[in-house]
Design a protein around this ligand. Structure first.
Ligand SMILES: NC(=O)c1ccc[n+]([C@@H]2O[C@H](COP(=O)([O-])OP(=O)(O)OC[C@H]3O[C@@H](n4cnc5c(N)ncnc54)[C@H](OP(=O)(O)O)[C@@H]3O)[C@@H](O)[C@H]2O)c1
Length: 483
C-alpha cells in the first residue's frame, strides 16, 4: 500500500473563542490535519478536547510561548482579538499580530489564515479598523510568509452576538422604532460556511497573499429581522426614524438583548455603513462552497439552540478581566466571606450535589428568591453590566469559561468544586464557591472590597445575602429535582 502523505500540522489560536472552538471541532471531525491549539488557559477546553489534541498554553504577548507553539507548524490560524480589554485595544491588536507574524516567520510557518471583518477603511468603525490593521500587519511581509485573509460581516450561528441580537429583538418586540441605518446593506454569512472557508484555506492552492470576502445574499438589517421573525413564526414591524443616534440604539440593544454596551455599540457602529463583498475571490477560489441563504442560517442556529447543542457563544471570551480565567480560580485574597455549611446524609452523593450546583442559573433560575436574583440582574443591567440575561450555554452542562447569568465559571472539579466569579458590577471582586465535601456542602461567597464603597456595599447587602445564600445552599443539597 502506498504511504499516505504526512498530515499538515495546523495551529489554531483563539481556540477558546467563538470561531476557534467551532473550527477545532470541525477539523477534528475532518481528520485531514494534525491540529495543535494555542490557548491562554487549557482548562477552558472540554476534557474531550484536552484528551485528543496537542495543546500549548501562552499568549501572543509572550514570544517564547508563541515560538514553542509554532514549532513544526505548516499553517497557523489567527483568530484572536483584544476588543474590550482596554481603550487601547487597537495598539494591543497591532502588537499581537506583529508578534504572531514574526514568530511564524522565525518558525518557518508557510501560511497564516486570518478571519477579519468585512468593510472598507473609509467608512469603518473603530472595531473594524482594528480588524483591518490586524490583517495588514499579518500580511506585511508577503515575501516571507503567505497570508490568506478572509473577511466576514455579520456571522449567524447559535450563540453569535449578531444572531442573539436578532433573536432577542424579534422575540421580545412586536413593533420596533429603529434608526435609519437598519436599511444599510450587508452580506451576512452562516457560521458553518465560515468554517468551510477556513477549512478549505488550509489546502487551497494559491501563490502569494489572498484576500477573500465571504457572505451570502445582500440584505439590510431590517430585512434580516423580518426574515428571522418569519422563520420564528412571528410578524414584526420596524419603523426607521432619523432621530435614533447610535448611542441610543446601543442602550436599546442592552435593554432587550444579553449584549453589553461595549459590544452593542461596536456592532451598531459596524452596521451604520454598508458592508458588502469587495471582491469575488470566494466564488473564484472556493467554487465548491455555496453559502447558505440567510433564512437557512437562522434555521440552523435555531435548531442548535433547540437541541441544546451550542458549541460556543459570543461571551466565551468577551475580552474582559475574567475571560482570561487564569488567576481567578483562587479567591484566597478575599477578605469578607459569607459561609453556609449544610450537611447531607447517605441518600445524597457528592455527584448528586455537584449536578445540582451545575444546574443553577439560566432558565432553571437560582431555586429560591428568584425575584431577588432578577432585581439584582436588572440593577446590574442598568448600571452597564451583563444582568441575568446571558443565561447559560447549555441547560445541562457547564464548562470553565462559560457565562452563567452574571457569573463566569472559573473552576470545576467534578463531584468536588464549582467556583463562579462575579462579572456583575460590584465595588470589588466577588466569587461564589461550592466546596462539596464527603458529607457536607460548604458554600462561600467571597468578597474583596474596593475601598470604603466596597465595604459599605458588602454590609448593606448582608440581610439579602442571609436570605438568598442560606436557602441556596439548603436547596442545592435537597436537589429540588435537579440532581
Ligand atoms: N464572532 C463573529 O461574529 C465574527 C464576525 C466577523 C469576524 N470575526 C473575526 O473572527 C476572529 C475571531 O473572533 P471570535 O468571535 O472567535 O473572538 P472571541 O470569541 O472574542 O475569541 C477571541 C480568542 O482570542 C483569544 N485571545 C485573546 N487575546 C489573546 C492573546 N493575547 N493571546 C492568545 N489568545 C488570545 C481568546 O482567549 P481567552 O478565551 O483566553 O480569552 C479567545 O480564544 C476575529 O478576528 C474576529 O474579528 C468574528
Amino acid at each position: 500500500m502506498p504511504e499516505s502523505p504526512p498530515k499538515q500540522k495546523v495551529l489554531i489560536t483563539g481556540a477558546t473563542g467563538y470561531i476557534g472552538r467551532r473550527l477545532t471541532q470541525r477539523l477534528l471531525e475532518s481528520a485531514h490535519v494534525d491540529i495543535r491549539l494555542f490557548v491562554r488557559n487549557q482548562n477552558k477546553l472540554q476534557a474531550s478536547i484536552r484528551e485528543r489534541v496537542d495543546i500549548r498554553e501562552g499568549s501572543t504577548f509572550d514570544i517564547t510561548s508563541l515560538k514553542m507553539a509554532l514549532h513544526g507548524v505548516d499553517t497557523a490560524f489567527y483568530l484572536i482579538h483584544s476588543m474590550g480589554t482596554t481603550a487601547d485595544y487597537r495598539n494591543l491588536d497591532r502588537d499581537s499580530a506583529e508578534n504572531f507574524r514574526e514568530a511564524c516567520i522565525a518558525c518557518g510557518v508557510k501560511r497564516i489564515i486570518y478571519l477579519g471583518g468585512l468593510g472598507v477603511k473609509e467608512s469603518a468603525s473603530e472595531h473594524l479598523l482594528s480588524r483591518i490593521e490586524t490583517g495588514e500587519v499579518l500580511s506585511a511581509k508577503a515575501d516571507q510568509i503567505q497570508t490568506i485573509w478572509l473577511r466576514a460581516g455579520v456571522i449567524i450561528g447559535s450563540g453569535s452576538a449578531s444572531f442573539e441580537i436578532i433573536r432577542n429583538l424579534c422575540q421580545k418586540l412586536p413593533v420596533m422604532i429603529t434608526p435609519r441605518w437598519v436599511r444599510s446593506r450587508t452580506q451576512p454569512i452562516g457560521i458553518n460556511d465560515v468554517l468551510s472557508y477556513l477549512e478549505k484555506s488550509i489546502e487551497l492552492s494559491v501563490d502569494g497573499d489572498l484576500i477573500v470576502d465571504i457572505g451570502c445574499e445582500e440584505l439590510s438589517f431590517q430585512e434580516m429581522m423580518q426574515q428571522a421573525a418569519a422563520m420564528m413564526g412571528l410578524k414584526r414591524y420596524l419603523f426607521p426614524v432619523p432621530v435614533l443616534s447610535p448611542r441610543l440604539s446601543s442602550y436599546w440593544l442592552i435593554l432587550f438583548t444579553p449584549i453589553p454596551f461595549k459590544l452593542a455599540s461596536a456592532l451598531v457602529e459596524g452596521l451604520k455603513s454598508e458592508t458588502v463583498l469587495q471582491n469575488n475571490n470566494a466564488k473564484k477560489m472556493y467554487p465548491d462552497i455555496k453559502p447558505a441563504l440567510f433564512k437557512e442560517t437562522v434555521s440552523d442556529a435555531m435548531a442548535e439552540l433547540e437541541q441544546n447543542q451550542v458549541l460556543s457563544r459570543w461571551c466565551d471570551s468577551s475580552a474582559e478581566i475574567a475571560c482570561d480565567i487564569k488567576d481567578f480560580d483562587n479567591p484566597e485574597g478575599a477578605i469578607l466571606r459569607d459561609v453556609r455549611i449544610v450537611p447531607f446524609g447517605p441518600d445524597r452523593t457528592q455527584d448528586d450535589i455537584y449536578r445540582s450546583v451545575c444546574s443553577l442559573g439560566g432558565p432553571n433560575g437560582w431555586f429560591k428568591y428568584n425575584v431577588l436574583w432578577r432585581i439584582r440582574g436588572i440593577l446590574d443591567k442598568v448600571t452597564g453590566g451583563y444582568g441575568l440575561n446571558r443565561g447559560r450555554r447549555s441547560s445541562d452542562e457547564l464548562r470553565i469559561g462559560d457565562a452563567l447569568d452574571f457569573w463566569k465559571v472559573v473552576d470545576l472539579i467534578p463531584g468536588k468544586r464549582v467556583l463562579l466569579y462575579a462579572q456583575m458590577k460590584v465595588p470589588g471582586q466577588a466569587w461564589l464557591e461550592f466546596d462539596i465535601q464527603p458529607n457536607q456542602l460548604v458554600q462561600t461567597a467571597h468578597f474583596l472590597p474596593r475601598g470604603l464603597l466596597g465595604r459599605l456595599y458588602w454590609y448593606s447587602v448582608l440581610p439579602l445575602h442571609y436570605l438568598v445564600f442560606t436557602d441556596l445552599a439548603r436547596t442545592v443539597v435537597k436537589g429540588n429535582g435537579n440532581g
